[in-house]
Ligand binder design. Structure first.
Ligand code: NAG
Ligand code: NAG
Ligand code: NAG
Ligand code: NAG
Ligand code: NAG
Length: 356
């Protein structure tokens, strides 16, 4: 116990590269549980550096997609809430985790040939230093990655130099994807589900992905995820409809009373009165529709009755004024007849002038 605490204290003074180096020399010493939180925090710092590289690469290419692209991509690559996939990868890669991560140059290369490519022309990366016609290491296969080698170090933020990376090739970690034609790993964004693939013996396909094992290599196995692009080309990597994926290695079915669309990291609660079973991808808002219809018809009925009364009242008023007009017309006609009958009386002429 004392020795492992001492070890951690010594390690804090060392740089990460020295740490990785000494670990490669003597891996067993570092299997101590006390060293794991330290390794995890270092690996997380590197992963967040890598995430910010991916963020800036993506937002420079997709600035037209949304108003606040930087914030959107930050959300997609912010893994700080769930680091389980990272600690399992650290154990699996035996300490050379950071030597398997893609550098800025490799990430540029991937997004330039994959995302900006016309989907109709296929999903192939261009040939490069590590994977070309004369050299094709197992790490160039989909779902596999390699290390740069024990004596080498990598600068993740270097966007020009393509490192030579063909040492100790293995399957990609869960939660990462390793494209065909590149020998490094890229973290899967949140909202995707990237478990390790399983071989289907009838088809030779590494499920749930769509790649096959290379022929003539009996020792090669299925690796991790191999592609991350638009939904059209990499649907199998998105968290499916009716489930949510809090991290890229967990897939949880949506509970009843919630709905989950493709690519969800959490489930959404349905409104009250909506029917919404666990596998729902959307909430059923029929009840609200019916309520709206009833409310609208009530309002229409009220308006109709109201206008009916207004119209009747106007009709009554018009009838009254018509009656009054008829009465006064009759009275005028009578008065004029009287004036014509006895025109000689001067007193009556006066009153007749007033009438006419
Ligand atoms: C992350 O990037 C910063 C700035 O580029 C650098 O100073 C730091 O050492 C990097 N951290 C790791 C763990 O690579
Ligand atoms: C990542 O998420 C955590 C909380 O889950 C938050 O504190 C942190 O600021 C976020 N980082 C970025 C770069 O958005
Ligand atoms: C092909 O791979 C080899 C071995 O890594 C390398 O020396 C050579 O430069 C590569 N060729 C091209 C055209 O990239
Ligand atoms: C293998 O693939 C076939 C054809 O797609 C499928 O019917 C079968 O269920 C798969 N086997 C397993 C074990 O998934
Ligand atoms: C496959 O692995 C076995 C044992 O690890 C080894 O003896 C054999 O040579 C390997 N075959 C090839 C084609 O690499």
């Amino acid at each position: 116990m004392f020795s492992s605490i001492f070890l951690v204290l010594v390690l804090v003074g060392l740089s990460w590269e020295q740490f990785v180096h000494s670990q490669n020399v003597d891996g067993n010493q570092f299997a101590s549980p006390a060293a794991i939180p330290f390794m995890l925090s270092m690996a997380n710092a590197q992963l967040s550096n890598l995430s910010s590289i991916i963020n800036s690469e993506l937002s420079s290419r997709f600035h037209f997609c949304s108003r606040d692209t930087q914030a959107d991509w930050n959300k997609a690559f912010n893994f700080s809430s769930n680091l389980r996939f990272l600690s399992s990868c650290l154990q699996k890669t035996n300490g050379d985790f950071s030597k398997r991560l893609c550098t800025a140059a490799e990430i540029n290369f991937y997004f330039d040939s994959m995302i900006l490519q016309d989907p109709g022309s296929g999903s192939f990366l261009k040939l490069n230093k590590n994977c070309n016609l004369t050299s094709w290491s197992p790490g160039c296969e989909p779902g596999w990655a390699c290390s740069v080698g024990p004596e080498q170090s990598v600068d993740l933020s270097n966007s020009q130099l393509f490192p030579s990376r063909m040492h100790d090739c293995r399957a990609c970690c869960e939660g990462f994807f390793c494209p065909q034609g590149l020998t490094c790993m890229i973290p899967c964004p949140l909202g995707s589900y990237c478990p390790n693939a399983k071989l289907n013996r009838t088809t030779g396909v590494c499920e749930p992905y769509l790649y096959q094992l290379p022929p003539g290599r009996p020792n090669h196995t299925c690796g991790g995820a191999n592609i991350w692009a638009d939904v059209g080309r990499s649907k199998e990597m998105f968290c499916p409809d009716g489930s949510f994926c809090p991290s890229s290695t967990e897939q949880i079915p949506c509970e009843s009373g919630h709905y989950c669309r493709m690519g969800s990291t959490s489930q959404n609660r349905c409104f009250k009165l909506t029917s919404c079973d666990g596998s729902a991808t959307n909430q059923d808002i029929h009840a609200y529709g019916v309520m709206l219809l009833v409310a609208l018809s009530t309002v229409l009925l009220i308006i109709y009755n109201f206008f009916d009364q207004i119209l009747a009242a106007r009709e009554r008023r018009l009838a009254k004024s018509r009656e009054a007009a008829a009465k006064s017309a009759k009275a005028t006609a009578k008065a004029q007849q009287k004036c014509k009958g006895n025109g000689k009386s001067t007193a009556k002429v006066e009153s007749c002038k007033r009438c006419s």
